[in-house]
Design a protein around this ligand. Structure first.
Ligand code: KG4
Ligand code: ZN
Length: 336
């Protein structure tokens, strides 16, 4: 068995993890950056500087917690795209230096693929074929995996992402950032039929998503309402927004899995933490004999354990990166 030291710094969380190649997590430390709260979103330059400030300290802590010395590490893994370029470069430069200094291989992974592979940590026996629904702050994609390395994107958002819609809605309602967890919590007990919101691309054979019209509808609704109504019905409005965001995700994932004759759907990305999405998908999938998998809550968020999980198949296959590899901010799951 080998040990992988992994780094995640693509957005506003610095994370360092140590996993063995059987997907056992020995350490998975995350340092998030509350500093961005004052800006209503992530400030890229500030994120890079905070990654630089924290990455060394977190690495030391992870090694201590795992009771592992640097000499025992067999490979260094890092996410290199997509993400904020300055943030990615901090993690990549640190990982490259360590790999070079230790004389160990460097493994680079795609951040979105690592969200998908996070499922292997909780379910090490899971393997393709499966359909993965990747729902994060910047991405909404349905990906058909035939093997760990052979996959096709079979549906994607034509404009905004599901997570972005949660964040925008919460901002319009003055609830704070990030909006997903806040709306998720607030929706409990709310009436999701209170506001009539659009269901985009309803055609049965259309597996793409669109959230820009929904964002506009949410904005128009909020701007047109009396502040008293908004305050009194906060829960109902949050529940209506949540259902409008997750309903197409649930319906289209199930329909695509049926069409492809696949009996496994995986949730991945920050929005995979959403309770209505998890329970709605499980409930609807049951009737079609489809099994739904999702990572535990901590593993839904950006973290380095998922980076190590995505690196394990590459480590076993000897797919290593050269020290001249670059980070890039290109969107999507396309690059392995
Ligand atoms: O994957 P992630 O941590 O970062 C990116 O790679 O983008 O996803 C962040 C997104 C944010 O939009 C956040 O609002 C959303 O995930 N999110 C949630 C929940 N927790 C996080 N959305 C809905 N319900 C949640 N419980
Ligand atoms: Zn992410």
């Amino acid at each position: 068995m080998s040990l992988i030291l992994a780094f995640e710094s693509s957005c506003d969380d610095t994370s360092v993890a140590i996993l063995d190649t059987e997907y056992k997590v020995l350490a998975n430390l995350i340092s998030s950056q509350p500093e961005h709260v004052n800006y209503g979103g992530v400030l890229p330059e500030l994120a890079s500087r905070l990654h630089m400030k924290n990455i060394m300290r977190l690495s030391d802590l992870a090694l201590t917690q795992a009771n592992v010395s640097l000499g025992e590490i067999d490979a260094v893994a890092v996410s290199i795209n997509p993400g904020l370029i300055g943030s990615l470069i901090v993690g990549l430069s640190f990982a490259k230096s360590l790999a070079w200094g230790l004389g160990k291989p460097l493994i680079t992974v795609n951040h979105l693929l690592s969200h998908i592979f996070a499922n292997y940590i909780d379910h090490p026996d899971l393997h393709p074929p499966f359909l993965a629904l990747v729902v994060s702050g910047g991405h909404t994609e349905l990906v058909h995996f035939k093997t760990d390395t052979d996959f096709d994107i079979v549906g994607k958002t034509l404009d905004d992402a599901a997570g972005e819609t949660f964040d925008k809605a919460a901002k319009l309602m003055n609830l704070g950032f990030p909006g997903g967890p806040i709306i998720d919590k607030l929706s409990v007990g709310g009436n999701d039929k209170f506001v009539d919101l659009p269901y985009p691309l309803p055609q049965k054979d259309n597996f793409n998503f669109s959230y820009s019209g929904l964002k506009t509808a949410i904005r128009s609704y909020i701007k047109s309402q009396d502040p008293e109504v908004l305050a009194k019905h906060q829960k109902d409005i949050a529940a209506s927004i949540q259902t409008a965001i997750v309903k197409p995700l649930i319906n289209k994932s199930i329909r695509k899995a049926q069409e492809l004759k696949i009996n496994k759907i995986l949730l991945a990305g920050g929005v995979a933490a959403n309770n209505a999405l998890r329970s709605g998908l499980v409930q609807k999938a049951k009737a079609s004999n489809i099994q739904v998998y999702y990572p535990s809550l901590k593993l839904c968020m950006d973290n380095a354990a998922m980076v190590a999980a995505a690196a394990i198949p590459k480590f076993k296959a000897g797919l290593f990166a050269g020290l001249d590899v670059n980070a890039n901010s290109i969107k999507g799951t396309r690059l392995l």
